[in-house]
Design a binder for this molecule. Structure first.
Ligand code: AMP
Ligand code: MG
Length: 391
């Protein structure tokens, strides 16, 4: 069995950035990673722009200026301004050629068509020079940038409509288990509702992965092998839930090995999620996640998401980690590292009741996972804990 750190390192080293790129409209680009540098097609701002509502001044030495006109935002007029003259101007409007400064309207008084100024005016004050933010043909955003809402706004401000990004992987979610029925059907004795598929696909959605298809297999070797063979060839990433443990009807491991996948690791010294299996088959990345719902989701956050982000071109692909002060006492029962569902508020972490791998009740209200490495056996109120933020 390998450690959490080893498993994470192996997961990342075997997840390679895709070389597939696509051109997409910027309004659909949230969370994608730029595959090319983007050069600005324009100067921004495109012209000398007023940063204030006020008066453009033809010189800065006078105490009084004659008001000769007005420019509004969006005006294409280009009035001439001379020494001793002022032009009424508004935020975002083009500053008249020859204007030496713009003065805020709060700082002047108007007397008989004269703009009267009490204080010293600095040259170019309240004027945004053309190209102040970025000049035409400069790099606006570099390859590898993750597109955030501000990035979309910034690209739009430069008039850019389409960008080249790394393709996100296509993902198959395969649920195994004879006992599973879809929510909405009535439960017969011995059955439970299948919950991992919707949960994993929702978790994928929160990270912007939406190219997901669903499969369901019974605990039967031939069926398992047939479906896995198909999805491994059709998808970039395969997430299997259940059937990877040591029971007589757990066929996922045998089917994957018979399909000659390259096994990278099986079993991690962690709780929940010990029987995690990670493999590659050519370009396809395969995670067999333990079927217990909390194990599945923990493995998803710890290993699957960093792998998917790396494949999608993210420059850093670690979960957001931090620390918090424990509000709880907790004693480990075994030796493995543990991931505990917790609520963190005001830098205090409360470890929740109901940590069993079969339970989702605590996970459903948690906003963080507390990571207890192997060497920590007990937590006391006041201890500093490692925290992984949940989205
Ligand atoms: P397994 O990993 O197949 O041994 O399953 C471990 C436990 O998780 C069993 O109690 C299963 O019934 C349950 N389980 C497996 N897959 C799912 C699923 N997709 N949804 C809900 N529970 C599941
Ligand atoms: Mg099963």
């Amino acid at each position: 069995m390998i450690s959490v750190a080893q498993a994470l390192q192996l997961t990342l080293s075997h997840s390679k950035k895709t070389n597939k790129t696509i051109s997409i409209p910027i309004h659909k680009a949230l969370g994608f990673v730029l595959a090319k540098d983007i050069l600005s097609p324009i100067n921004m701002p495109p012209f000398r722009q007023s940063a204030m509502d006020g008066y453009a001044l033809g010189s800065i030495e006078e105490k009084s200026y004659t008001l000769t006109g007005e420019v509004q935002a969006g005006d294409d007029s280009d009035p001439v301004i001379s020494k001793g003259e002022a032009i009424r101007i508004f935020t975002g409007a083009p500053v008249p050629k020859g204007a030496k400064a713009v003065i805020m309207q709060e700082k002047v008084s108007i007397e008989n068509n004269q703009v009267v100024i009490e204080e010293t005016v600095l040259e170019n004050s309240n004027i945004r020079p053309a190209g102040e933010q970025i000049k035409k043909n400069e790099i606006a955003l570099s390859k590898g940038t993750i597109i955030a809402p501000a990035g979309i706004g910034y690209l739009a401000s430069l008039g850019i409509t389409e960008i080249e990004v790394y393709l996100k992987p296509s993902i198959a979610i395969v649920a195994t288990g004879n006992e599973l029925v879809a929510p909405g059907q009535s439960l017969q004795f011995g059955q439970i509702y299948e919950s991992n598929s919707v949960m994993l696909s929702a978790a994928l959605q929160t990270y912007g992965f939406t190219a997901v298809d669903f499969f369901k297999i019974e605990d039967q070797y031939e069926a398992t092998r047939t479906v896995l063979d198909k999805v491994i060839h059709q998808y970039d990433v395969v997430l299997i839930s259940g059937g990877i443990s040591v029971g007589d009807y757990d066929f996922v491991g045998k089917a994957l090995r018979d399909l000659k996948v390259e096994e990278i690791f099986y079993k991690v010294k962690q709780k929940p999620g010990k029987p995690l299996f990670f493999a590659k088959k050519e370009e396809t990345t395969i995670f067999a996640l333990p079927g217990n719902p909390a194990s599945s989701l923990s493995c998803f956050y710890i290993y699957v998401i960093p792998a998917l982000q790396k494949i999608s071109g993210h420059p850093h692909h670690d979960l957001k980690r931090g620390t918090a002060i424990s509000d709880s006492n907790y004693k480990k029962k075994g030796q493995r590292a543990e991931f505990l569902k917790a609520i963190v508020a005001d830098n205090k972490a409360t470890i929740l009741d109901g940590q069993a791998s079969s339970m989702l009740r605590s996970f459903a209200v948690a906003n963080a996972i507390v990571y207890l490495p192997e060497e920590i056996h007990e937590v006391k109120v006041g201890d500093t804990l490692q925290i992984i933020d949940l989205p």
